[in-house]
Design a binder for this molecule. Structure first.
Ligand SMILES: [Zn+2]
Ligand SMILES: [Zn+2]
Length: 245
């Protein structure tokens, strides 16, 4: 867990970033503001093999700007172009936050790939499948399968049958639960604890980890809600924690 704070950084965690490792391959799921710092606690700065971005909100992709400097100006020489997969417009978004156009040399740092929801492709040992979920901008949930195990990450979403389908039978569902049910949150943006638990239950997920809680969300409330709607083991993500899938 490189960062699990929802929407903006909290005192205990940067924004969304998840380092997923299998057989020495390092895939980063989202790289929100601050997550790059935490990455360096776990692996060498250049030991990332690919990045998968769920959507273009700043709290999920903004550290791609900071990371471009690290790769470009590394004392060992410029690192090879890093595969970065994400929704349409990601390259332009990162370039826009990088420098006034024309962005200088970002294409030499990142090899951007546009992901079409529903697509399945390989990143190293991972079979990657995406699904479009419910959010004010195009947002993808991501299913990673390797070594006979499956991890599904919701990205940011409101209630989504596509997420339930993608997460079907997964070993670990890393699901956003941004806020509690009361007071009633605005519709169509995020999940409550109860809704996250409900999605995990319907999907038959073996285990549930709740993430993207906003700093003003009480974790105890969200956890209690999820325990009412999900019968499996559930916990709140902690920055720096590691999970074996
Ligand atoms: Zn977010
Ligand atoms: Zn978002």
């Amino acid at each position: 867990m490189l960062g699990c704070s929802g929407t903006f950084p909290g005192p205990e965690s940067p924004c969304s970033g998840y380092l997923v490792e299998h057989d020495g391959y390092h895939l980063v799921l989202d790289l929100g503001n601050g997550a790059l710092g935490q990455l360096q606690r776990h692996v060498d700065l250049l030991a990332v093999d690919a990045v998968q971005v769920s959507h273009l909100h700043a709290d999920h992709c903004l550290d791609l700007v900071a990371y471009s400097y690290a790769r470009r100006y590394h004392p060992g020489g410029r690192a090879p172009a890093l595969p970065v997969h994400g929704p349409p417009g990601l390259a332009a978004r990162v370039a826009g936050a990088y420098e006034a156009p024309p962005a200088d040399g970002l294409d030499e740092v990142y090899d951007f790939h546009v992901v079409t929801p529903g697509q399945t492709y390989r990143l190293g040992p991972f079979e990657v499948t995406t699904a479009q979920v419910e959010h004010p901008v195009e947002a993808h949930a991501v299913r990673l399968r390797a070594g006979g195990r499956t991890l599904v990450y919701s990205g940011d979403t409101a209630c989504s049958d596509a997420l339930v389908e993608l997460a079907g039978g997964c070993d670990l569902l890393l699901c956003e639960a941004s806020w509690p049910s009361e007071p009633a949150p605005p519709p169509g943006i995020h999940l409550t604890g109860r809704e996250a638990g409900d999605h995990a239950e319907r999907a038959g997920a073996v285990r549930l980890v709740l993430t993207h809680l906003m700093p003003f969300t009480d974790p105890a409330l969200v956890l209690a809600e999820a325990r009412q709607s999900y019968t499996g083991p559930v916990e709140i993500a902690r920055c720096g924690a590691t999970y074996d899938v």
